[in-house]
Design a protein around this ligand. Structure first.
Ligand SMILES: C[S@@+](CC[C@H](N)C(=O)[O-])C[C@H]1O[C@@H](n2cnc3c(N)ncnc32)[C@H](O)[C@@H]1O
Length: 214
């Protein structure tokens, strides 16, 4: 059977099943909507939270912080763990720090204000889970592959590798622009890598979820 088509009525139904968000997440959703900040939605936030919690992940790496919305879901899933997250935009990085503090997670979140692909090689630490939210912005397939490899190198057996926008609004089927080619390349790298077992979950714009074997 095919994935069910998400009609407006079905989306409304699904929205009714997402747990209510607290004051901080609700405010951030409103701000993202009014200021056009590209964040995950609560369905995906909940998925990230659950995956991290089920895997027992404590040390999280994120590429693409924006204002910290997905970071809060990820951190809450760790139940006391830590998040290292990269954001090139200084204003967004500052807002993310303020939001993490407002959510009571200020001491657990390290927001690094730099290009993730430049900053990541300087980090020797290993992580239990990584969330890539930059697939839409990498300039080339080579850069996408570099980010994939840098993240994978920092995950051990049982580690989680997750990425947003794995469907690129369906454009991955016949990529006609560089971003769609980047995402399709990422999906192929993940699907064919001997260290990974993976699936693309068609929530929102598609979430790639992979587990490092062992
Ligand atoms: C899709 S948004 C992240 C949304 C966030 N994960 C959430 O759901 O709350 C991507 C963010 O990555 C930032 N960005 C773009 N290129 C980057 C790079 N090379 N390294 C780090 N951050 C980058 C953008 O400024 C943007 O805020």
């Amino acid at each position: 059977m095919r994935t069910v088509e998400v009609t407006d009525a079905l989306q409304e139904y699904l929205d009714g099943l997402v747990p209510p968000r607290d004051r901080v997440l609700a405010r951030m959703e409103e701000e993202a909507h009014s200021e056009n900040i590209p964040i995950v939605d609560p369905h995906e936030g909940m998925l990230l939270y659950l995956l991290v919690k089920i895997a027992g992940a404590k040390r999280i790496l994120e590429l693409g912080t924006a204002t910290g919305y997905s970071g809060i879901w990820l951190l809450r899933g760790t139940e006391g763990g830590s998040l290292t997250t990269f954001e090139v935009d200084h204003k967004r990085a500052d807002r993310a720090r303020a939001n993490f503090a407002d959510a009571g997670l200020g001491k657990q979140a390290l927001v690094l204000e730099q290009d993730a692909v430049v900053g990541l090689p300087k980090i020797e630490q290993h992580f239990d889970a990584c969330f890539i939210d930059l697939l839409n912005v990498f300039p080339s397939e080579e850069m996408t592959q570099r980010a994939f490899e840098l993240c994978l190198e920092r995950l051990e057996g049982g580690g989680l590798l997750m990425a947003d926008n794995a469907l690129r609004q369906g454009e991955v089927v016949r990529p006609k622009n560089q971003q769609a080619r980047n995402v399709a390349h990422y999906n192929e790298l993940v699907a064919k890598h001997p260290r990974l077992e993976s699936v693309v979950i068609p929530i929102r714009d598609g979430v790639s979820v992979a587990r490092v074997k062992g």
